[in-house]
Design a binder for this molecule. Structure first.
Ligand code: NOJ
Length: 550
């Protein structure tokens, strides 16, 4: 039976504001058919785990038909499920079970590019004169045969690939097998919006929009200027990637996108309570663009920001500067923050937590993340405090890692299978003898069943904190104001509808006293941290926090 949209319900249109979204990477969540790769039936079976955490929604990374060159971010049919993941009926079952458990479902739309095996591209590349000849970004070479400009692919090399049939180059911001759709063409816009409607009719509650700021390119194909070395940063591409050497003025971030996003939003608004979060990958202008895309109430509800996905450890200053910069860039906007995802080194490893402090660090980071102003994504396995897996070169799957190995090992280390039960075969993930990526023994020792019921485990702390957060609207929808931003101490207040919640953190392994801001504060219970307050001071043991209502 199809999960169809139920017009009788009276939905909360604002459900996404401050929501906690649990990201599922379907290849690695749960395998139900023993092929060593996760699938949709596996997701359905494990949704009670997500419900037990208290997450509001899931975001499922792509499960559409795909040759899997970029593991599903290369779609060859927008309106079907890849057989590796199951059937459209299996997807309907995911929706039905999620809704039964009170969880919203967001799916990952990858419409900036398709796979080169998509029928649209097959037709487009077949000649210079066909109905879809302008559906992708084609350009003649320079007279010397080289590409039309200096644009670079994030995955390495020129962003242009040669097609000998058309005797032209086509644009690809990622793999050569991910040709960039020409969104300047209104027929392309219509076609992708049809795919959006298809999934809305099946009952999804929203979308994560892959690389939303890459939808449009400069039609004059102007060269990107060089970026001064001191302006380079590695938040969207690793430091060894020359993509960071350019100021991306022309290959992405084009103002034409704003009109398209309005069209997109109008489609969402044909259905009740649908939300979209746009992934804005840009090291220079990310927050500014997020501001543009989430302003006015007529484009995206949220943008997914990269500020906390960078290699640099999370510091009080980074948190305060980022929140302030976002408020400045996007006074009416709303961000969606994450510390980990399927593209970056898991944060307990990336930010260098020592073995001894790892669990305490993971718990504290969860509290910092879940008290940010904005919505929040947590990435499968984060709730177990999982570390980055070390994958041998011969086991590597990610083409990005193969390209930049060994300086950048790619994204496989954060994509290894979820660990459910340390005593079961493949930690309960799969009945296969070999899984698509290996499962580290250390992960297995931290499986869900190992942690479950142990009050001091990372998992139980995630559950506890998520439930604590749920009882405090200020932590969900509130404004943020900073009181203390020191080397390791961070105190801010979240306020909503006349209530303020003070949040104090010690981001260090040493005890710390911080000044208690003026006010009549009542300490809150039930968050699992050992901070206290007395005599005008907040006393915080190592890696701990304190919360109070005022
Ligand atoms: C961002 C996705 O998160 C990443 O996994 C993918 O490789 C690129 N976009 C290209 O779609």
């Amino acid at each position: 039976m199809n999960a169809v949209f139920d017009s009788a319900a009276a939905p909360d249109k604002d459900w996404w504001r401050g929501a906690v979204i649990y990201q599922i990477y379907p290849r690695s969540f749960q395998d139900s058919n023993g092929d060593g790769i996760g699938d949709l039936k596996g997701i359905t079976a494990r949704l009670p785990h997500v419900a037990s955490l208290g997450a509001d929604a899931i975001w499922i990374s792509p499960f559409f038909t795909s040759p899997m060159k970029d593991f599903g971010y290369d779609v060859s049919d927008y309106t079907d499920v890849d057989p590796m993941f199951g059937t459209i009926g299996d997807f309907d079952a995911v929706i039905a079970e999620a809704h039964r458990l009170g969880i919203k479902v967001m799916i990952d739309l990858v419409i900036s590019h398709t796979s080169d095996q998509h029928a649209w591209f097959v037709e487009s590349r077949s000649s210079r004169i066909n109905a879809k000849s302008d559906w992708y970004v084609w350009s003649d070479p320079k007279p010397d045969g080289t590409p039309p400009n200096n644009w670079l692919s994030i995955f390495g090399g020129s962003a242009w690939a040669w097609d000998p049939t058309r005797m032209q180059y086509y644009l690809h911001n990622f793999l050569t097998s991910q040709p960039d759709l020409n969104m300047h063409n209104p027929h392309v816009q219509e076609a992708v919006l049809d795919a959006v409607r298809f999934w809305l009719k099946r009952g999804v509650d929203g979308f994560r929009l892959d690389t939303i700021n890459f939808y449009f390119h400069d039609q004059h194909l102007r060269d990107n200027p060089a970026l001064a070395p001191e302006r380079r940063n590695a938040s969207t591409a690793p430091a060894v990637n020359p993509y960071n050497f350019q100021d991306h003025l022309y290959d992405k971030n084009q103002p034409d996108n704003l009109e398209f996003l309005k069209r997109f939003r109008a489609v969402l608004d044909e259905f009740p309570a649908i939300a979209a979060v746009g992934e804005v990958g840009d090291s220079q202008y990310g927050l500014e663009i997020a501001g543009q895309y989430t302003s006015g109430g007529d484009k995206m509800q949220m943008c997914y920001a990269f500020e906390f996905l960078a290699p640099e450890p999370l510091t009080p200053t980074l948190v305060a500067d980022t929140q302030k910069a976002f408020q400045e860039a996007a006074p009416e906007g709303w961000a969606c923050w994450a510390f980990s995802n399927h593209d970056v080194v898991r944060h307990v490893s990336r930010w260098g937590a020592t073995v001894a402090d790892r669990a305490a660090f993971a718990k504290l980071m969860a509290a910092v993340l879940m008290t940010q102003r904005g919505s929040v994504c947590i990435y499968q396995g984060e709730e177990l405090g999982l570390t980055e897996a070390d994958i041998a070169f011969e086991d590597l799957q990610d083409p990005y890692g193969i390209q930049f190995w060994p300086e950048f090992k790619g994204r496989d280390g954060c994509r290894t299978p979820m660990v459910w039960d340390s005593l079961a075969k493949q930690s309960g993930f799969s009945a296969a003898d070999k899984t698509w990526l290996p499962i580290p023994v250390e992960h297995s020792l931290n499986a869900v069943h190992v942690q479950e019921g142990h009050e001091d485990s990372v998992l139980e702390q995630y559950r506890r904190f998520l439930h604590f957060r749920r009882t405090l609207p200020a932590l969900i929808k509130g404004e943020i104001a900073f009181h203390t931003v020191s080397e390791t101490g961070l105190v801010y207040a979240r306020s909503f509808a006349g209530e303020t919640v003070l949040c104090a953190f010690n981001i260090s392994a040493e005890p710390l006293d911080l000044p208690l801001p003026d006010g009549d504060w009542q300490a809150l219970e039930g968050h699992g941290f050992a901070g206290t307050a007395e005599g005008g001071k907040i006393r915080l043991p190592a890696w701990s926090a304190w919360f109070a209502r005022g």
